[in-house]
Design a protein around this ligand. Structure first.
Ligand code: DX5
Ligand code: ZN
Length: 224
């Protein structure tokens, strides 16, 4: 499977989103990760469908919507209408997970399930054949710029084994605390999509960092 880089714009310069999108495109990123936070499921508040719509009008890259919100079923349609291509909801926010997955699939977009660091992998047993993407949080969700939780390397490896034992192709996305130092280890553990926020947008040259991260991903794939 093609390994992908998904810059998260959470810590981008929102006064110049157009420049940030250009940097993402020129750097060769594969998709744009959009962190939606409601101040309830996670302590932070980020942005809503209007921003997603503006971004949609400026790029043709796939938009990877990560919903960190309570009752995500109430927001699915507005983020799809705004231009989301992948809608990922947290297992921890869904009392009726199967119904939420069905709702996303019925709309014809890709469906992802996200797991917090402390949530075990066995919770996906009965829904794994219905999803397109599994997102493992490698920090506690809510903020950019946190430290990667080292125990998550084993979780990535185990998640990849579980995915490989199923027929359906499911992308494994890793989100939180990824930098130039741990990127190849995350790829080697089994990541298909790597999210990176502050590593890219707290640098003075986001485009260059994206190129470097893409090069590291290519190199890691070659070695394996
Ligand atoms: C955390 C978000 C992440 C985060 C990534 O709640 O889901 O996407 O913004 O940012 P970094 O790479 O800075 O950890
Ligand atoms: Zn995210």
């Amino acid at each position: 499977m093609l390994k992908k880089l998904a810059p998260s714009i959470l810590d981008a310069d929102f006064t110049c989103l157009r420049c940030e999108i250009k940097a993402i495109e020129n750097g060769g990123a594969d998709l744009i990760h959009l962190d939606i936070m409601d101040g309830h499921f996670v302590p932070n508040i980020s942005f809503g469908p209007n921003i997603v719509r503006s971004i949609r009008s400026k790029t043709s890259l796939p938009l990877d919507v990560h919903l960190m919100v309570e009752n995500p079923i109430n927001h699915i349609d507005s983020f799809i209408k705004a231009g989301g291509d992948i809608i990922t909801v947290h297992y921890e926010t869904c009392l009726h997970l199967d119904r939420v997955i069905q709702t996303i699939r019925d709309r014809g977009v890709k469906c992802g399930i996200a797991l917090n660091p402390a949530t075990p992998l066995n919770v996906i047993e009965y829904i794994i054949n219905k999803i397109d993407l599994l997102l493992l949080m490698t920090v506690n969700p809510g903020y950019g710029g946190q430290k990667f939780i080292p125990e998550m390397f084993n979780k990535i490896t185990r998640a990849k084994e579980i995915i490989n034992s199923h027929k359906k192709s499911i992308e494994l996305e890793i989100d939180g605390g990824i930098n130039l130092e741990n990127l190849s280890q995350v790829i080697n553990a089994g990541a298909d999509i790597v999210v990176a926020g502050q590593t890219i947008f707290r640098s003075t040259k986001p485009e260059e960092i994206i190129k470097r991260m893409k090069a590291i991903i290519r190199e890691s794939v070659k070695i394996n």
